[in-house]
Structure formats: structure tokens, C-alpha cells
Design a protein. Structure first.
Length: 265
């Protein structure tokens, strides 16, 4: 069965190559694009005030890459600042960017759960009342953000972590390090999406936001005959809400995704 990989580039191509190397038919169809923020002021301000933060939570490898790309010359990382990574991909990105592994807290790769809840089980014991925590994330609009953005809404794991940190007495701030936009498909890509909605292909969904972009690209398209494997319960629920007829969950590692798909082949 064809696997439709929906991650943004360059991860999309990397996953297609890895799945193809395992004998699977994999097709790339990125559902979002990631680029630098149009106004980097807020990110640079955070770097200049890095001494304020006891911990910096980086939500993804893309967030790490774009955050460090805007590091002003001479800006240093205080010795006491911890970095938090929700999974091994983000941890690897931080390592490539020069953050020593002993300064990074992340869930055990063997555990297979890479989200805010798993991260909290690791970092929760170190948080103290009065701590300042910066969460580096992406956003969907331009213009940057204020240095401090308080969180009170329901929704994704970042919001859950911010609320949990606040309950522990920490002060939480967000900064937007990159921007997400919907894809600009070619006619061939649009045809692939339309076909995969009903031809037995398996959509590999790794982002709830990506599902929103998919629906925006194909308004009115029915998804009752579509099948998806989602790498988190929240993503799986978003796929069901979008109308996908068959949705199952998998841990996000490549090996787990492959095993999950092969078990249903």
C-alpha cells in the first residue's frame, strides 16, 4: 500500500527515502511549509535576555534550527540554563547546534512517547516556584510576538505544558522562531492527494496543523474512505474529526511506524 508522507521538507524527503529503503512504496506530499519569521526582533530579544531563563523548551528540531539561526553574535547561553527537548529528533538538532547533551533533558528514547506529557515526567522534579521558562515554537502568522505570551487556552501539548508549569509556580513565555504556511501544490501533487483520499493509501500524519492545511487545500473533499496512521493521540483525534474513515495510532519513531503499517498490510 502506498504511504503518503506529509511532513515538511526536508524531513519529508528523508522519511520517503527511509521507507523506500525498507521496501515500502512511499510518496512525499508535504502538508505545510516552514520558514523563518518575518520579524526576528522577539527571538533576538530572548537571546539578549537569556540569563533570565532557567530552562528553554524547544518544541521541535525546526524550532531549534530557526531559533539558533537568529542567535546574535556574541550571545551566550548561561551555564545554569537547561534545554528541554520533547524527543530524540529535537535533542539531535540541539546537539548539532552545539548544545552539550548533558545540558538537555528529554524523554527516554526507549520509552517511545515523545510529547509534553512525557517531557514533564522528566523535567517536573527540577522546576521550582519562580522559575522562568521559555518555550520556543512556530506560528502561523508574521510579525513575531511579544517577549511574553501568557497561555490559558486548551489545545496542544505546548499549552498543556505551559499550564502545568504555571501550576508549579513557574513563569512561562513563548517566542515564535519560525512560521508555518500551507503548501503550494503542483497539479501532480493535487492529483496525488485526491487519489490517496480513496485508493487505499495510508496517510502518515505527524501534525494536527497539517491536517487543517490539508482540509483547506481540498475543501469539500470527503475522507470517509481514507486511511491514516497518526503519531500521537491528539493527531489521531484530529484526523477522525476531519472525517478519515480509518485511523490508527503509532509511536513516532520510524521503526514503530514501519511495524505499525506492516502489521496492517
Amino acid at each position: 500500500m502506498p504511504i503518503v508522507v506529509t511532513r515538511p521538507e526536508p524531513e519529508c524527503t528523508q522519511w520517503v527515502q527511509s521507507l523506500t529503503g525498507r521496501g515500502m512504496q512511499a510518496l512525499g506530499l508535504p502538508l505545510m511549509c516552514i520558514g523563518p519569521v518575518r520579524d526576528p526582533t522577539a527571538v533576538r530579544r530572548c537571546w539578549h535576555h537569556m540569563v533570565r531563563f532557567d530552562a528553554v523548551m524547544v518544541v521541535s528540531g525546526a524550532a531549534a534550527t530557526h531559533f539558533f539561526a537568529l542567535r546574535p553574535p556574541g550571545a551566550s547561553i548561561p551555564s545554569g540554563t537547561r534545554f528541554w527537548a520533547p524527543g530524540p529528533g529535537t535533542m539531535a538538532a540541539l546537539s548539532r547546534l552545539g548544545v552539550a547533551p548533558e545540558r538537555v533533558d528529554s524523554p527516554d528514547p526507549a520509552g517511545g512517547q515523545f510529547d509534553s506529557e512525557a517531557l514533564w515526567r522528566v523535567v517536573g522534579p527540577q522546576v521550582r516556584p519562580g522559575w522562568n521558562v521559555l518555550i520556543v515554537r512556530g506560528g502561523d502568522d508574521g510579525g513575531g510576538e511579544p517577549l511574553a505570551v501568557r497561555v490559558a487556552s486548551e489545545g496542544n501539548g505546548r499549552d498543556w505544558l505551559a499550564r502545568t508549569l504555571a501550576l508549579a509556580g513557574a513563569h512561562v513565555e513563548f517566542v515564535m522562531a519560525y512560521e508555518r504556511t500551507g503548501p503550494s501544490w503542483s497539479e501532480d501533487q493535487r492529483a496525488l492527494a485526491l487519489s490517496a483520499a480513496s485508493d487505499g493509501s495510508v496517510w502518515l500524519l505527524t501534525s494536527s496543523q497539517a491536517i487543517e492545511y490539508l482540509l483547506a487545500q481540498l475543501p469539500g473533499q470527503g475522507w470517509q474512505r481514507a486511511t491514516a496512521v497518526a503519531t500521537h493521540p491528539r493527531i489521531a483525534q484530529a484526523a477522525r474529526d476531519a472525517g478519515f474513515g480509518v485511523v490508527w495510532e503509532s509511536r513516532p519513531r520510524l521503526e514503530d511506524v514501519v511495524a505499525s503499517i506492516e502489521s496492517r498490510a
